[in-house]
Every structure is written in C-alpha cells, then in structure tokens.
Design a protein around this ligand. Structure first.
Ligand code: 4NP
Length: 169
C-alpha cells in the first residue's frame, strides 16, 4: 500500500515543528497507522541544525505524555519529492518553503497548519521561542487540535485513493 508522508516545518525546527511531529506521530501510532503514515519535521533556517528540541518545548510536551526527540535539520528542495503534504506553522515559513518549490505540483503540497484547526480560529501557530510558559502551552493546544484535523483529512484522502483504484480495476 502507498505510504502517506507528512512534513511539519517551522523556522528553527526546535519548537513548533518537532512538537507537531511528536504529537502527530503519537496520534498515528495510537490509531495503528504507523505503517502507512510517515512523519518528519524541518526548519527553514539552519541555526539549530543537529540539536534536540528546545528544553522548554520538551518539558511542556512531556507533561502531556509526548516525547519530542527529533534532531533539527533544514528544509531542502528534495523534500518536495519525498513528502505528500508539507505543513507550515506561519506565513513566513510558508513563503520560504514555496520559494524553493520547483513546480506548481510541489507548491500545491504546501499548507498552513491552521487550515486543519477544528476548535481554534488562529491564523498561524505563533513562535514561542521568546515567550513564557503560556506561549508553549498555546502551541501545544493549537497543534493537538490541528493534528487531529490533519489526520482525519489524510484518512479521507487515503480512502478516496483506495476507492478510485478499486473503480479502475
Ligand atoms: P521554532 O522556534 O521555529 O518553532 O523552532 C524558533 C526557534 C529558534 C529561533 C526562532 C524560532 N531562533 O531564532 O533561534
């Protein structure tokens, strides 16, 4: 069966996108979908390449039962080949990702994370790096909500693909 690959992208890949990756991975595992849905994260800047997520993000995540343990890496043009969907945390991330897109098909893979929000009306996931504890908690609230919405959308997409394939057989 075809795998579905999702990439979360922020600026430094040490706060928002590794949190999104960890939250989404747990949802996927809990629903027994790890063989089908693959997850990764990256940053548009390389300031923190090779680092674990920010210790504040890890602590806030751990209190909710998550383990954020991916190493920071930069987003690269080749990511457009590998991933089916690319989720930007804010409009600066979106612009920097789209700038690297080689064609229109690649551009279409890029979405704002908040497009998948169900209960929140925020227009972006705010950078918590210079904020206090509240900023980190808000990021987790927004990401838990949008990750749920994203997984529902991906499951619908996978079902539609299966249906189309069946029809053509
Ligand atoms: P992130 O947060 O983009 O959510 O990983 C940031 C991390 C580091 C910096 C900015 C944002 N920084 O300027 O070093």
């Amino acid at each position: 069966m075809k795998k579905y690959r999702a990439l979360f992208v922020c600026l430094g890949n040490i706060c928002r996108s590794p949190a999104a990756e960890g939250i989404f991975r747990k949802l996927v595992e809990d629903q027994g979908l790890s063989d089908i849905i693959k997850v990764d994260s990256a940053g548009t800047a390389g300031y923190h390449t090779g680092e674990l997520p920010d210790s504040r993000m890890r602590q806030h995540g751990a209190r909710r039962g998550y383990e954020f343990d991916s190493y920071s890496r930069m987003f690269v043009e080749e990511d457009f080949d590998y991933f089916d969907i690319i989720l930007a945390m804010d409009d600066n991330n979106l612009r920097d990702i789209i700038r690297l897109a080689p064609d229109v098909e690649s551009q279409k893979k890029v979405h704002r994370m908040v497009e998948f929000s169900q209960r929140y009306g925020h227009d972006h996931v705010p950078d918590p790096y210079y904020s206090g504890a509240d900023g980190f908690e808000l990021v987790l609230d927004l990401l838990e909500d949008a990750c749920e919405g994203l997984l529902n959308a991906i499951k619908e997409d996978i079902c539609m693909e299966k249906h189309k394939k069946k029809r053509l057989e």
